[in-house]
Design a protein around this ligand. Structure first.
Ligand code: NAP
Length: 497
């Protein structure tokens, strides 16, 4: 049963405006729209909650995270059913994503119990040091305060209301105010019900988790501008992320804005690998590109290879593999329309050849593949942007120098991939220093879709892949975004956190 309302500090609150979700099948559901007033109430409650939750023990916060995970699992069947209705994603994908979401909550529970997130450093006093004695100094990471969270359309669970940003912030000790995503308000509603139940079961302050449903841009803007909000976690498009980043920076008191944005995730197919197993790379690329209708931030949207006979075979193989893929339902009609528009823009550029095109029904997308030369790609910025969906550009370089020029011209990326054999080592070595400056994650002989949640993951990259300078939104290091180092000098132990 849906509540159809925003959850603000333990109360389900409506407004005089309503909106509906956009189901792929069945009747739409109605929701009360969020408002700036609800944001103000949620932020006030989050600040009040911080005075207890921000100073609670790791065990208490871990218990809350564990309970939230259990409450989500208890609603698993309803969440999957609603997810299939709202997003068109298949059952197996939604079940898998729910598993990842609860695993993230549990991972952060274990992480804070181990205490490594505190980054505790201690320089003991040296009272006899000459010429000046040294005081006792201790560093510890402390929670920042209330955090605003914006999730993405394409991960309705793992990057949304109970996603990695929320789990990291709550683990750190920061209450959250979530701005519900308009593409899946039903899932958001069920997740908020799980948090409501977890709050009641564990007795934490109800202001620790609030969710205000969509109500136009004013709702998100009010949240980012709110003086009690200390940081923002955002996953979504470059356009929206940049707009909100600018708002965060223009506040009288600017705050950190951790935006995970789009990426074209380039792959460099080196000559020996192309000769030895170009067919396999081509088929696997087609699979990675079309998985989930290409609606992944790590979708490999550009491949670069050298001109020559191996290129012809590769083109034949990837074209055949993609031509077999039927159109798939997209997350929203708006995303399907934007995909079609983005492909038409690329097709219209001079020097671009269409290898695979698709005639898509409303709210669906089939694969589209284009090819061009490295010289054209370098000269035309319109070919270098993310088109969200199953679309890619195959860029043909005349030699390794030109391939390196493409690498140098890339904007910041979430991932860069090398396909190489032993004989490609020298060429790969010449690309590595360039690619390291471009991406948060470098892969060899693999595909970037599928992000492991673990200690060593970096899901981030230089702008415009993210605004996360030196941070990640996936893996245990994600908690650092919501912590701030404090040094305690000569502090009696009774006063230390
Ligand atoms: P989106 O359109 O940017 O929406 C994200 C959120 O921002 C929504 O809640 C949206 O709500 C809000 N928003 C958009 N414009 C706004 C504005 N001007 N002011 C205030 N709020 C605004 O993106 P999406 O369609 O959900 O997600 C797809 C994108 O996310 C793709 O580019 C994908 O690559 C990227 N992505 C990145 C990652 C990563 O980890 N880097 C992961 C997943 C997805 P409203 O629509 O109501 O404004």
């Amino acid at each position: 049963m849906l509540k159809g309302a925003s959850l603000v500090a333990g109360e389900w609150l409506g407004s005089d405006q309503t909106f509906q979700n956009e189901p792929t099948n069945g009747a739409p559901d109605s929701f009360a729209a969020g408002t700036p007033e609800l944001i103000n109430r949620a932020c006030d409650a989050a600040e009040e909650a911080f005075w207890t939750y921000g100073y609670s023990s790791a065990d208490e916060r871990a218990a809350f995270l564990q309970e939230a995970a259990a409450q989500i699992e208890a609603r698993g069947a309803d969440i999957t059913a609603m997810g299939m209705k709202e997003t068109g994603l298949p059952e197996a994908r939604l079940e898998g994503e729910r598993g990842r979401t609860v695993a993230q909550l549990r991972m952060f529970a274990d992480h804070i119990k181990a205490g490594t997130h505190l980054d505790h450093r201690h320089d003991p006093a040296l009272p006899d040091r000459a010429p000046m004695p040294r005081p006792d100094l201790q560093l510890m990471q402390r929670p920042m305060g209330p955090v605003a969270i914006f999730g993405a359309s394409n991960f309705p669970l793992a990057f949304s209301s109970a996603g990695g940003d929320t789990a990291a912030a709550l683990a750190a000790g920061c209450p959250v105010v979530v701005k519900g995503h308009p593409a899946h308000p039903g899932i958001a509603d069920l997740i908020a019900q799980a948090f409501d139940a977890a709050i009641k079961a564990t007795g934490v302050h109800p202001g620790v988790f609030s969710q205000v449903l969509d109500g136009g841009y004013i709702v998100g803007e009010t949240l980012v501008k709110h003086p009690l909000i200390r940081a923002v976690g955002f996953t979504g498009s470059l356009r929206a992320g940049r707009a909100l980043f600018d708002i965060a920076a223009a506040r009288p008191e600017p705050i950190p804005f951790f935006g995970e944005l789009g990426s074209i995730n380039p792959m460099f197919i080196l000559p020996a690998a192309a000769a030895a197993r170009g067919d396999d790379i081509a088929s696997a690329w087609a699979g990675s590109l079309t998985m989930g209708a290409g609606q992944f931030c790590t979708n490999p949207g550009i491949a670069v290879m050298l001109d020559g006979p191996d290129r012809d075979r590769f083109v034949e193989q990837v074209t055949a593999a993609l031509s077999d893929v039927a159109p798939q339902t997209m997350l929203t009609a708006g995303i399907a329309k934007a995909f079609q528009g983005g492909c038409e823009t690329v097709a219209a550029q001079s020097g671009v050849e269409v290898l695979v095109s698709s005639d898509n029904p409303t709210r669906a997308a089939g694969p589209q593949l284009f090819t061009t030369t490295a010289a054209q790609w370098l000269a035309n910025e319109a070919l270098q942007h993310e088109v969200f969906g199953p679309m890619a550009v195959l860029v043909i370089a005349s030699d390794m120098d030109e391939m390196r020029s493409v690498a140098r011209a890339l904007g910041g990326q979430l991932t860069c991939t090398l396909h190489l054999d032993d004989a490609d080592t020298r060429d790969a070595q010449s690309l590595m220093p360039i690619l390291e400056r471009k991406a948060g994650r470098l892969l060899a002989n693999g595909f970037p879709t599928g992000v492991e949640v673990c200690d060593s993951m970096v899901h981030s990259g230089p702008y415009p892949a993210s605004t996360n300078f030196g941070a990640t939104s996936v893996g245990t290091m994600a908690i650092r975004r919501f912590l701030r180092p404090v040094c305690y000098q000569n502090m009696p132990s009774a006063l230390l956190p």
